[in-house]
Design a protein. Sequence first.
Length: 147
Amino acid sequence: MLSGAMPRSVRIFYRFSPGVICLVFAGLGLLNFRAASATGATPIRALALFMVILALAAIIVVAQWRFERRLIAEFSYDGYMLQFRTLGIPETQLSPHPAIVKIKDWRGRSGRAGYRLIFGDGQNAYLEFSVSNSTELVTRLQGTAKL
């Protein structure tokens, strides 16, 4: 039985990053609103710009939330069944090995970040290098089937 888990510090980072994004964007929006008001811009225009900045923050937070639903936080693999939990879905998800049709490198801005597991139904799951035994899992998955 092979298992692995994401370090607690990485989990905390992912949990608090949407809140930090909201605070930063809200602060920028407030500064922009005050600057626009001080220069004599109409209040409607300043408020509209503030709302656009808040909408951008909301879009980023929703994208992060959707990503967390696909980011594997812990897993166990017994040679046939892959059981995993994502950051966004605490319930254990089961996937028989044949359901994984392809494993690709997952690249971020700074290079390789981990692996992308592609399932037969078109769903993706992302496995970071920070998750213990992630490379061992991918090696076993690739070794037992032609992916």
